[in-house]
Design a protein around this ligand. Structure first.
Ligand code: GDD
Ligand code: MN
Length: 379
């Protein structure tokens, strides 16, 4: 029996197929049940437009990637980028968009909460050259955020919008939207300046573009989630706060450094608490108690940094133990440097608090720089 490929006349097989006009980039994590229906809906909504969909999956345990690949085998417009050992909505979107050769890139969630029937309306002003960015807005006239869920999500969202509004270079009624479209070359220009952390990819894009970006808002109704569950949690909100700090400091303090320093400050509290407890229990002597308390604080810091600061490159399994040991070594040297420099400054008649602060600052910068390259080195 002849296969389909053999049956096709040779010229048709060999003819180049140009990239579609529109790539829809869909970050997804545990969305197995949603990808099939989404592809079907895109097909209906984008009739008459040459499109493709690029799912970016972080090796979801529910087998989302396998489902996407199954669909891709039936329809080459369905593409899959599967990342290993990585997590994060924003970075997934960036990688998906950079894998596109289309003229326009749209970004939407993979859980059917975004209204795909609005995509042609988002594409129109881009095609006409009247806007650089089309944003699906839940808060513009005619939009609705009803599907957001519990009341706290509405309040958190409103608070975030209010804060973001304060320093946005352009007016946006829904800067937290995960539903937007822009010309691919523009995205490519901005990509090196995106932080890639957390959920707020749109905010990141708008901040990177600065003034002069022509934005158009397309209202849409945010649907409630039917299958699967939301991945937005407290950590995502903390990352959002860190993104704001990063931008407000003009990139002077990288996001990771801020997180690392906060974890370090928390470690001091852990150290003091354990030291207090051991002293109260008595019997160990000060030096041993302080040594143990420092070790506990370092271990706690490692866990927090691994889950928070380096959430997207979290060490697991055997690498977790290697990481722990390395981290303690690195921080041990940092502590020696801290005490040494503070002591030197103090001896040369620097005020004790200034000497202490300088020692601590050198310690945290050392710990950060060295653990970033040795413990959580990018793979
Ligand atoms: N690849 C990848 N990796 N995808 C992810 C990850 C991740 O770590 N985390 C979430 N996603 C995918 C989800 O599978 C979904 O397709 C999309 O990103 C949005 O995630 P949800 O977990 O459904 O977010 P939400 O509905 O609670 O949040 C929505 O509202 C926020 C503002 O209130 C989204 O539209 C956000 O983009 C938006 O910022
Ligand atoms: Mn969702």
């Amino acid at each position: 029996m002849l296969t389909l490929a053999e049956a096709a006349p040779a010229p048709a097989r060999m003819a180049p197929r140009p990239a579609p006009e529109l790539s829809v980039v869909v970050p997804c994590y545990n969305e197995r049940a949603n990808v099939g229906p989404l592809v079907a809906r895109l097909g209906a909504a984008l009739a008459g437009i040459a499109w493709e969909v690029i799912f970016v999956d972080d090796s979801s345990p529910d087998g989302t990637a396998a489902e996407v690949l199954r669909l891709g085998a039936l329809d080459s417009r369905v593409r899959c980028i599967r990342r290993i050992g990585r997590r994060g909505l924003s970075s997934a979107v960036i990688e998906g968009a950079l894998a596109s050769s289309a003229q326009y890139v749209a970004v939407m969630d993979g859980d059917l909460q975004h209204d795909e029937t609005r995509l042609p309306a988002m594409l129109a002003p881009l095609r006409a050259g009247t806007a650089d960015l089309a944003v699906g807005s839940r808060h513009a006239e005619g939009g609705d955020a009803a599907g957001l869920g519990p009341a706290w999500r509405h309040r958190a969202s409103e608070l975030g919008i209010g804060v973001a509004q304060l320093f946005l270079p352009v007016r946006l009624s829904d800067p937290m939207s995960g539903f937007f479209a822009l010309p691919r070359p523009l995205f490519e220009r901005l990509a090196p300046r995106l932080t890639g952390a957390g959920f707020k990819i749109l905010l990141d894009i708008v901040l990177a573009a600065g003034k002069g970006l022509r934005v158009v808002e397309i209202p849409f109704v945010f649907r409630p989630r039917v299958a699967g569950e939301s991945k937005l949690d407290v950590l995502v909100i903390v990352q959002f706060a860190a993104l704001l700090l990063d931008k407000l400091s003009g990139g002077l303090l990288p996001l990771r450094f801020i997180a690392f320093a906060c974890v370090g400050a928390f470690g001091i509290l852990v150290n003091l608490a354990v030291l207090g407890l051991l002293t109260k229990l008595g019997g160990l002597g000060f030096d041993l108690s302080q040594g143990l308390a420092t070790l506990v604080a370092m271990l706690a810091n490692f866990e927090l940094n691994n889950r928070l600061t380096y959430r997207d490159q979290r060490l697991r399994g055997q690498r977790l133990w290697q990481g722990r040991v390395l981290f303690i070594l690195v921080c041990g040297i940092g502590a020696v440097a801290n005490v040494g420099i503070a002591g030197m400054l103090y001896q040369s008649h620097t005020n004790w608090s200034l000497a202490g602060a300088a020692g601590a600052a050198i310690g945290v910068v050392w710990n950060y720089a060295v653990s970033a390259t040795l413990v959580w080195r990018a793979r």
